[in-house]
Design a protein around this ligand. Sequence first.
Ligand code: UDP
Length: 483
Amino acid sequence: MPTLSHVPVGALSVERFGSVLPPADYERFLRTVQWGRENFDGRVVWNVNSTAQGGGVAEMLVSLLAYARGAGIDARWVVIGGNADFFVLTKRIHNFLHGSPGDGGDLDEDERRVFDEVTERNAAEFRELIQPEDVVIIHDPQPAGLIPAIRDIGCPIVWRCHVGLDQPHPLARRAWRFLIPYVRDADAYVFSRRAFAWEGLDKEAAIIPPSIDAFSPKNQELDVDRVRSILTAAGLNDGDATGSPTFTNLDGSPGRVDRPAQRWERRQLRPSDRVVVQVSRWDSLKDPIGVIRGFAQHVAPVVPDAHLVYAGPAVESVTDDPEGGEVLSRAIAEYEAMPDEVAERVHLVALPMDDVQENAAIVNALQRRADVVVQKSLAEGFGLTVAEAMWKARPVVASRIGGIQDQIVDGTTGILLDDPLDLAAYGTAVRSLLDDPARAEAMGREANQRVRQRFLGTRTLIQAIELYEQSIRGEAHEGPGAD
Ligand code: UDP
């Protein structure tokens, strides 16, 4: 069974944020990182999660840790290893935390044994790495067992939970009962929204919403030619492209899209097609079947030039997500059962994951190519894909759940769907934007401003540095970034 692995973290200059932040915010940001550098001198800030690629947490850590290192903070990243039983179990926990039964299995003594055995192996290695003056940030349930296992070393431990539900649910409570014996030993808890904080935790939770990196391959500016070239290189576009399918890697080095995506489609996209896009892992809580069926029933018959692209990662690539293959197969079955005239307008895409930055550049191009971006999830911690699309000034139609509600102001920076299962309402919302490009464009502009103000990584870094500093001191403390 594989155990801990180290994820290489780059170092990025924080000075580039001068170009996207208002001067006062930029000043505050620089003050905080400088103060962090001084306070964390000699300490390692360890981040532990369960995958180096795929999903929102990995996406955020890549950038945030690189900026922290660029600012002189020794931030490091390790990923726990586990066996198949462990990841089936942690996926079940993940589903329960979202109020979904997942594979229908239990969370009992047998499951605890599986969890503890994997934890023990990872803990034995992790203990060799950490020093009492370090700070340890444990992300999400999978590595939560490490918290009591390293407690005696004496370093501050922060548990950051990125998932949650707006209303407590009996299944979520079962997951909490399973996890609380581990997480209660943490010195601080972090949730993405106030509503996500669990019952039965003995300390007040800090709230740090996720964020995106404006300069990463996922979000960097790409002009129309570049978008076309990247989509052509990935096999998604019909015809030739004149430009080169290049982008800038996170470390500033040049990158190029070379690998084609795997596609299930009758034909490729053409320039005259208008495109509705959802990008998500192959997870039933992202409701791929609903997205496809709702489009087929309520958009395709009415808007003749509309096409749906549903894109996710190549399924074998996301190690902590054993359901991916099955969910993709169900989406393919849905697609194959469609009548030709609808199937011709639907494109299922599995994006290459051999190089995560290449993957990110294709996602970037797809989001920029979209006339409307959809995130019709049934449960969502935050929904980074929403912020990513909003940053690109796309109008987004998304479910009124979880952190999506913090991002979209309904009718202004996007459209919220009250009932994510109401396919007709989803179709109506998408159509309303396709029918009124001026409104869609205005919404996109507002969306971009909202992300600029609230959901860039600089804000997360300020909050994280302040919180970790408080944990070191073991007291509430106002950092220099405080207003
Ligand atoms: N993503 C990606 N490639 C894919 C599918 C998804 O890079 O093929 C990214 C997506 O752009 C986003 C993240 O994975 O940055 C998903 O984060 P989100 O918060 O939306 O959902 P999660 O997967 O964490 O539930």
